[in-house]
Design a protein around this ligand. Sequence first.
Ligand code: MN
Length: 466
Amino acid sequence: MKCLAVCQDELVLRVLAQVLEPSFDIDFIVESKPLARRLHDAGLPVTAADPRRVDTYLKADVSPTTCILIQDTGRKSLARMVEAARDAGGTLIYIISTGASSKRSDEIRSDCPDVSCLTLAGLVAPTLHTELGRSLTRARVQQYQRYFQDADRVLILLHNDPDPDAMASGLSLRNLLRRTKTTAIIGALQTMTRPENLRMANLLDIHVEQITPEAFASFERIATVDVQPHYFGGLLPRVDLVIDHHPEQPGYSAVFKDIRADYGSTCTILTEHLRAVDVNISERTATAMLYAIKSDTLFFARQTNRSDLDAFTYLYPLADAALIRKMEGAEITMERLQIVRHALDNGALTEQFFVAHLGQVPREDFITYTADFFLQLEETRWAIIAGRVNGTLIVSVRNLGYSKNAGEFVKKVFADVGSAGGHRAMAKAVVPWDRFVEKHGDLSPADVTAFLKAQATEFLGEPAKK
Ligand SMILES: [Mn+2]
């Protein structure tokens, strides 16, 4: 593509030459003859001419497909330059201003609406911001890398029934710590049970070791990823590193932590760590991380920000897309369908929400699966699904995200009898059944459904908290 740049400033001219050559066939016009001579001698394609004259552009052979860049030097003659370029047949005209004022570019645009205005600051800003932001991350990562360096045994601890984000975070942190599976154990108190999670572990050959709380003491350094130490209820009073995207919790101490509750996945944070220190990402790790981001954000359908999209774009070419398709597989199993049918038969649908108590279920994932399932229902905006796993009542809440906060709902209803929290669009309460009974009585499954329905009706009827 042909490009003609009208510059009066050597720095701007040299920068444009470096950026645009050799992809663009570029010529420069400057007013000052000595400057033109000097740059010409330095090998740059520069001509000295008057940029307010039409024949300057005719001689430069501009056509409607030539990109014409005109540096705004703040002088009145700018309008005449634009006019001359246009009279010579130029149509793709850009003004590059080096000043900070946007008033000037507004003026230019009101005179010539088809001219595009760029500022040098605007062009430089995104890259510089990313680079400086990355240097802070780099310092932080290098600190924890050093801190873990000499340890004999390292534990990377995940939450129970690790999901794709937890497993992939484990893999990538091991990568960042430059360790292997014998020098850094990826472990959990309870390993995978959900079919999707098992499938991912098998296909990517990820081994998550079952750890007992007594074993914690045998590790010199402990990191938790996709979870914070309070989750382990006092069993982990102190950790060395916490990387998580759940809302920050009090009640523990950590030497290093990076918690970003506005991120869609922990793997997004770890992608930034990996990029900041230029660690090579293997196809296996990239595949795991990409799948984790996809799965934690429901393919960007919930809690996603710019960084999640950036991480996805970065990992995509490094990952094995066919393997991801295979991992996704079919999530529907007979067992799950039976539970969904049970919920349909025993639940209640109102104008705003679907609520059901499933009674005793064998695993927690039946509850979250049923909540996700009913959120797809055309007629509903909220799904509130409870179930008992052994002696614990688990309540999973999902909504479409533009209404009230799911996290606030579970806190309001359950914070006094158990743990409750989450995001705007998804939240969870975990309540020991005997504590629930103490407060609300030994309710039958139908009564629990009725209780949740009453609570949700009240909560959703209240004016939203600002
Ligand atoms: Mn996660």
